[in-house]
Design a protein. Structure first.
Length: 504
C-alpha cells in the first residue's frame, strides 16, 4: 500500500493537483495523500535503514537551512511556511527508499514517470492544434523575432514545478536513461517496443520544448553513455556532432544557442549575494528580489539563497547519491582493482601493514561458517581500509548482505548484473539532469528527490546483495563536498570574469 500511495502522490504532483481535483485543489488533497503514503511506508521503514543514510541527514540539514535562511533575514514567521512548502518536495525521497526494494518496484516508478510525461506531451500537442491553443496552460508562447518583429514560438510545458519548458525538458532528458530499465538482452522486438519507442517519444517531447539547455544535456548524456564502448574521444565527436545537427535542425526554435549576457549577469549577482550573505544566504526562493531574473544555475541560486551552509547539504546529497550509484555500477574486477590500489597505497605508507593479506587474498579466503567477514591467517578480521565491503566473492550467492548477516530480499529473479546496470542508468539520469541544471535554477524541484530516491533504493538492493561499497561516513562525504563547492565557485567566478573582459 505504501508503494501504491507513493505512485499516486507522484502522479498528482507531476501532473499538478488541479488536473485531478479541479477547484478542490485549494484544499491541498495531495498533502493527505503523502501523509497516508508515509503512514503505510512506516511498516517497511525498519528494513530500509533510512535514518542511517547520509542523504537523510543532508535533506534534514537542507530543510533546516530553508527555514533558517528566511528567519535570519528578518521574517521569523516565514521560516516555518517555507519549510512547509519544501517538505512535500523532499518527502518523495523517503517514500521511494522505504517502499522500493525490488527491480519491478523501480520499473513501476519509471513507468509512472513516463506516463506523466506522455500525458503532458499529448495534451500540449492536442491543444496546439485547437482554437484555444493561445489559452492552453500547456503551451508557452515566446517571441523569437525581436522587439520589432513578432514571430511567436510555441513551447510545450507541464504544470506545477514543470510549468517552464526548460524544467519539462530537464525532466525528460533525465527520464530517457530510466527507460532502459526495461531492456532485456537478446530481445530485439521487446527492446524496440519498450525502450526505443518510448525514448524516441521523449526526445520528440524535448524537441517541442525548444530548450537550449537540454541540447547540452543530451550531448553530455551521449558522451558519458558511449565513453566505455567507443572511447572518450569518439564519444565526444558523436556528442558534439549531435549538438551541431540539432542546432541545424532548429532544435532551439530559432533562439540563440549561447548562454546570454543576462544569465551571466545573474551569475555575477549570485556571486555578490554569496559574498554579502555567506552563511545562510538571502532566503529560500528570494533570489528574484535582488535580481531581475533568476540565476539560471542550480548551484548559484542554491548558494545565494541558502548560503554556503545550505549549498553544502545540497552538494552532499548529490555527491553521495551519484557516488554510490557510480561505485555500484562498476564491474567486480574494476572494483577490486580500485580497492587494491587503496590497500597498496596504505601499505606503502605503513610498512608494518605488509603482513596483512591483500584484497585478492582476502576475497579468495573462504567464508567462515557464520557467513561473516573473512578471517586472515593471523586470526584477524580483514577490513582493508576500515571497510566492511571486503566480503568473500560468494557473498551474494550465499545470501549474505553488507553487514555479514543473511539477507532475504525475495527478489531471486534480479541478478547482480541487473542491479549494477540499474545503478549505471541512475548515473546517466543524473548526468542529464545536473547538466541541464547548470543552466536552470532548480535546486528544490521534486524531480531531484525522485531521482535521488530511485538511486538510493537501487544502492540499498546492492548493499543487501553484498555487491556495493559501504556508505561513506559523514566526515568522508563532507570533505569531498567542500572540495566540490570550492571547485564550482571557482568555475562560476572564472566564467563570469572571462565574459566581463571579452569584447562585447
Amino acid at each position: 500500500m505504501g508503494l501504491l500511495f507513493t505512485i499516486l502522490y507522484i502522479i498528482t504532483a507531476y501532473l499538478a493537483p488541479v488536473t485531478f481535483f479541479g477547484d478542490w485543489a485549494d484544499y491541498h488533497i495531495e498533502t493527505g495523500i503523502v501523509a497516508v503514503a508515509l503512514v503505510f511506508s512506516l511498516f517497511s521503514a525498519s528494513g530500509s535503514n533510512v535514518l542511517r543514510l547520509p542523504q537523510t541527514w543532508a535533506i534534514a540539514g537542507l530543510c533546516a537551512c530553508v527555514c533558517i535562511s528566511i528567519m535570519v533575514n528578518g521574517w521569523l514567521g516565514g521560516g516555518p511556511k517555507a519549510l512547509l512548502d519544501f517538505l512535500p518536495e523532499v518527502a518523495v525521497f523517503f517514500l521511494i527508499v522505504m517502499n522500493c526494494n525490488k527491480k519491478w518496484h523501480v520499473q513501476v516508478l519509471a513507468l509512472t514517470l513516463f506516463c506523466c510525461a506522455t500525458f503532458i506531451i499529448c495534451k500540449a500537442v492536442y491543444d496546439n492544434t485547437g482554437d484555444g491553443r493561445y489559452r492552453s496552460l500547456y503551451l508557452l508562447w515566446q517571441n523569437v523575432g525581436g522587439d520589432d518583429t513578432y514571430d511567436w514560438l510555441a513551447r510545450i510545458r507541464g504544470l506545477s514545478f514543470l510549468g517552464d519548458p526548460n524544467d519539462f525538458a530537464q525532466f525528460l532528458v533525465s527520464l530517457i536513461p530510466l527507460m532502459f530499465l526495461f531492456w532485456v538482452k537478446g530481445s530485439s522486438f521487446r527492446n524496440f517496443l519498450f525502450v526505443y519507442v518510448p525514448c524516441s517519444f521523449l526526445f520528440i517531447g524535448m524537441y517541442l520544448t525548444h530548450s537550449r539547455g537540454s541540447m547540452v544535456a543530451l550531448m553530455a548524456l551521449c558522451i558519458f553513455a558511449f565513453r566505455r564502448k567507443i572511447g572518450i574521444a569518439r564519444s565526444v565527436v558523436i556528442g558534439v556532432g549531435m549538438f551541431a545537427v540539432l542546432t541545424l535542425l532548429g532544435y532551439s526554435g530559432g533562439r540563440d544557442v549561447g548562454a546570454g549576457d543576462d544569465r551571466l549577469a545573474a551569475w555575477a549577482s549570485g556571486l555578490m549575494l554569496i559574498r554579502a550573505h555567506p552563511i545562510f544566504g538571502v532566503g529560500f526562493q528570494q533570489f528574484s528580489d535582488f535580481n531581475d531574473i533568476t540565476a539560471h544555475n542550480t548551484f548559484v541560486v542554491c548558494a545565494a539563497e541558502l548560503g554556503l551552509v545550505g549549498v553544502f547539504f545540497w552538494v552532499l546529497l548529490m555527491y553521495v547519491t551519484v557516488r554510490n550509484s557510480w561505485e555500484t555500477a562498476k564491474d567486480p574486477d574494476q572494483l577490486a582493482a580500485d580497492q587494491q590500489k587503496k590497500v597498496d597505497a596504505v601499505n606503502a605508507k605503513h610498512p608494518f601493514l605488509q603482513g596483512i593479506p591483500t584484497l585478492t587474498e582476502a576475497v579468495l579466503t573462504p567464508a567462515p561458517a557464520s557467513g561473516g567477514l573473512p578471517i586472515t591467517s593471523q586470526g584477524r578480521q580483514f577490513t582493508g581500509t576500515g571497510s566492511a565491503f571486503l566480503l568473500p566473492a560468494n557473498t551474494a550467492a550465499s545470501g549474505v548482505n553488507h553487514l555479514g548477516v543473511p539477507s532475504d530480499d525475495g527478489d531471486t529473479e534480479t541478478s547482480d548484473a541487473d542491479i549494477r546496470f540499474m545503478a549505471g542508468l541512475t548515473v546517466l539520469s543524473f548526468v542529464g539532469f545536473l547538466t541541464a541544471g547548470w543552466f536552470l535554477s532548480r535546486a528544490y524541484t521534486m524531480c531531484i528527490y525522485v531521482n535521488a530516491g530511485i538511486a538510493a533504493a537501487i544502492y540499498r538492493m546492492a548493499l543487501d546483495r553484498g555487491i556495493a561499497p559501504p556508505p561513506l561516513t559523514f566526515g568522508q562525504a563532507s570533505k569531498t563536498s567542500v572540495k566540490i563547492i570550492i571547485v564550482l565557485l571557482a568555475i562560476v567566478w572564472v566564467i563570469v570574469h572571462v565574459d566581463h573582459y571579452m569584447p562585447q
